[in-house]
Design a protein around this ligand. Structure first.
Ligand code: 1QQ
Length: 374
């Protein structure tokens, strides 16, 4: 057995023996501190999610450090909600810090570039909010613990149809962002499957602030509901302008709506909003109540879905490392894709060898300013 170990290490020139330990599973001990990179949008437009992700990830690794056997150091970078910032952050973590794995980035819009870089460098990357189509397909080092928008919309649109008796809808989407544009494809497919008619279809771009032309077309089409695929920067003025113009149809949104920041900014205009997602505070999943209590105590605010997904990522990486008690990049890559079922605060979750996550979606509606299960 010893001989096999030596030759295996010799085959892999980049493997650092100090990053592989002794024992397996709960008994794994690794001497070297394991460096995990995190790239989140901590400033600018996507900070609404990035700051929660930072907190969730740090809480997860703090708990794991307290449990012992492996010590983790999280090296956190802010991509300032820009592709260039995200690329520079990945480069630093990969080349300078030599991290074992990277969590993030926040937006799919950055992930298509940064994951191509991580894949070429042979560094495992685990998305926690990158929901667009085609992300795990970037390569065998790319994973996500981030419910695909396709799965969320396939749950939220039928749930909204039933709750609201939908027969005709308007679809509005940001055509300049990877996540919102990709979601539009799914929305069209799900609406067709459900036999819901599209009476208006309008586009805008991420930085737009005036939506009067699109909203006038929506008003005239008299939809039963508006399906909106947008990031919060556009969502807030768009929804407020819609209500001012007299559009009182319910709104069904995408992953960016899973945010107390967005709901707070929308104020009364958030009422009745329906959204599919990966996590609910109301779910009785394993460890959820403790997670919510610990997080709220530590950060002085309740967690959101983005915090919950980042927290889960810490545990998934830990599981992958403990499987062979090996925190080298290649071992993490091999073992992340073998997580067949982990009982997480998101419910039972698995990652397949293609890097895709499998879990049940939840559908929520905003009532009295709070997320409630629909
Ligand atoms: C993506 C998303 C964003 C809404 C995360 C904040 O889902 O870019 O894929």
């Amino acid at each position: 057995a010893t001989g096999a170990c030596v030759s295996q290490d010799a085959d892999n020139a980049s493997a650092d023996s100090a990053l592989s330990g002794t024992g397996t599973g709960a008994d794994c001990t690794i001497d070297e501190t394991v460096k995990i990179g995190a790239v989140f949008s901590l400033t600018e437009a996507a900070a609404f999610a990035g700051l929660y992700q930072q907190e969730g990830l740090e809480l997860g690794f703090e708990e794991l450090n307290a449990a012992g056997g492996i010590q983790y150091e999280v090296i956190l970078e802010d991509d300032a909600t820009s592709v260039d910032g995200s690329v520079a952050a990945f480069e630093k973590l990969i080349d300078r810090d030599k991290v074992s794995a990277i969590v993030g980035p926040t937006l799919s819009n950055m992930a298509f570039t940064t994951y191509t870089d991580a894949q070429s460098a042979g560094v495992p990357a685990l998305g926690v909010s990158t929901t667009a189509e085609g992300i795990p397909e970037i390569g065998d080092y790319i994973f996500r613990a981030s419910l695909p928008e396709e799965v969320a919309l396939a749950a939220s649109i039928p749930a909204a149809k039933e709750a609201l008796n939908l027969t005709k809808v308007a679809v509005l989407y940001d055509s300049a962002d990877e996540f919102t544009a990709s979601a539009f494809n799914t929305i069209s497919d799900v609406l067709a499957d459900e036999g819901i008619e599209v009476v208006a279809e309008e586009t805008f771009e991420t930085a737009d602030t005036d939506f009067s032309a699109q909203l006038t077309a929506v008003l005239e089409a008299e939809p039963d509901a508006v399906i909106l695929s947008a990031l919060p920067g556009a969502t807030v003025p768009l929804v407020k302008q819609a209500r001012e113009l007299g559009i009182d149809a319910p709104i069904v949104g995408g992953n960016a709506f899973n945010s107390p920041v967005l709901v707070g900014a929308l104020e009364d205009a958030a009422e009745g909003l329906i959204v599919g997602g990966a996590w609910s505070a109301a779910s009785e999943t394993t460890g959820n109540a403790e997670f919510i209590a610990t997080y709220t105590e530590k950060y002085g605010r309740a967690p959101d879905q983005f915090a919950a997904q980042a927290y889960t990522a810490a545990y998934l990486i830990d599981q992958a490392i403990r499987a062979d008690c090996d925190a080298n990049r290649e071992a993490i890559k091999d073992n992340l894709g073998q997580i067949l079922e982990y009982d997480s605060i998101l419910g039972p979750i698995s990652l397949d060898e293609n890097g895709e996550v499998h879990q049940e979606p939840v559908v929520q509606i905003i009532r009295d300013g709070a997320f409630t299960l629909l």
